[in-house]
Design a protein around this ligand. Sequence first.
Ligand code: FDA
Length: 581
Amino acid sequence: MHTVETDVLIVGSGPAGAAAALALSTYGVPNIVVTRYAALADTPRAHITNQRTMEVLRDLGVERDVIAKATPQHLMGNTTFCTSLAGEELGRVRSWGNDPLVQAAHELASPTRMCDMPQHLMEPVLVDAAVARGTHLRFSTVYKSYAEDADGVTVTVEDRLRGDEYTIRAKYLIGADGGRSKVAEDAGLPMGGQMGVAGSINILFDADLSKYTAHRPATLYWVLAPGATVGGIGAGLVRNVRPWNEWLTVWGYDVQAGPPDLTTEYAESVVRQLIGDDEIPVTIKSSSAWTVNEMYAETYSSGRVFCAGDATHRHPPSNGLGSNTSIQDSYNLAWKLKLVLDGTASPKLLDTYTAERAPIGRQIVTRANRSIRETAPVFEALGGLAPQTPEQLWANIEARKDATGAAAEQRAKLREAIAFKAYEFNAHGVDLNQRYDAGTSAAIVPDGTEDPGFDRDPELYHQPSSRPGARLPHAWITAGTRTLSTLDAAGGGRFTVFTGIGGDCWLRAAAARDADIATAVIGPGQQYEDPYGDWARVSEIADSGVLLVRPDGYVAFRHHAAAADAERLLGDALRRILGHD
Ligand code: FDA
């Protein structure tokens, strides 16, 4: 049997696998992707693309390609609750950074904007760039099994075109093979939580719904109708795929009873109920049943095998965290693999992948499932979750218009319940406050400061910090006529030392190291200037202090000011991060 060789074999070309391939190829690491089908995702699937993911894509050089294809942020924002698109509107949430206060927070937090990038458009952007940079991609190729030895993994794959099997020899294997990951199963990754919590159906259809949507542009329109709380994701959903002609509905089913027969007639009846206007021409494109899961891996790796994306966290689409977290997993892993493969780091660095990403996976699985439950109060404000006859539900909805104290109370309850959905649609902190813990990850060096915690709700509000383990704070800085983010001064697969006037000791310390370390000196007359004083406000160090920023934009080491033993301090920090302790 012919054996193919590579450094990293990636199973899967979804967001996790494609991002891993893109990052590895960008860093010059040879890699092969094998993927089961003859094509990339053919349905929209994940779509909300948050600021952190956009930062990752910016560093990987594809941010503009994504922006060119995505629905922009300002068309995402009027998350609407209604009885049907043509029916009564119950309220809206200004979402996804479109609330003026949240919008300001988004602008302050990052050089990027979130957008709506359906997965069938995202995957080609990632995969095209990966292949252009050296990834070998094999479609119609199925992972079957792997065997690990001291030097690598031998993976058996099936070529579905030729109908035969061959082996690929790799130093590392990434299982990015989705929610039914065979790689995670074969690696014996322990999973917590539960699969199959509720049943859902996706129906993809074309219809010109501009009449009901263009005046309140949104990514999501939630429909409260009889039956909308059976299974599913909190209520019936009409999701925009492309304004305002391509759509996807999500409707629940009783998971105990099993999915209904997904005939075109059934699909059309669901779509018609959610639209509420039988005159609108509708073309059903496809339907599929899936289950809401609440599951996360406790460990993301075993030996030379690493899993990423849905292989390690399985949860509903609420908060739009699936593809985002998958891309961010791979971004966390790729630079570590690169440094281990080129001999800069010890394989111990790879242990930090689980230490850093597993707590995040667990957190987002919990958040997404909680968001489903937090839709219940909207129904409760309209008479409760118990199955109601359509007449009872419509009467309860109508009752809120009365000039009575009870109706005023009901209106207030409904407003409050809808506003509370900010935890699903405006959770800026969930997107940007992910921190890694020096207590568990050796790739973060504690600086002796107490964790100050968060001043406000950490799920709703982003709070920048330069404490080791936090993402580098964004500030606009300048280099001559060019304005760039501090995040742009980092990344590119390298460590970066950030310092300022008086921080020469850190530059000398960085130059003395073998590792490839970029420098960013910020201050008047320096490499970069801080004309707005933004950096001085968020850096939390003196001008002569230092931040050592990892290739993934996370602060690994911080020292408040210049130090006589800078070389030793930076050297010790790098030794710890790179696993040479
Ligand atoms: P993903 O599942 O995207 O990719 C897995 C890859 O592995 C695929 O390329 C697959 O072909 C490949 N593969 C699997 N087994 C293999 C094997 N044995 N050998 C070779 N290749 C193999 N999320 C959301 O936020 N909103 C939504 O509306 C939806 N809707 C939705 C619909 C459907 C039908 C699905 C399947 C999923 C969603 N999701 C979603 C979830 C979202 O798509 C998901 O979180 C991300 O795609 C996860 O990305 P991954 O790359 O981890 O897995």
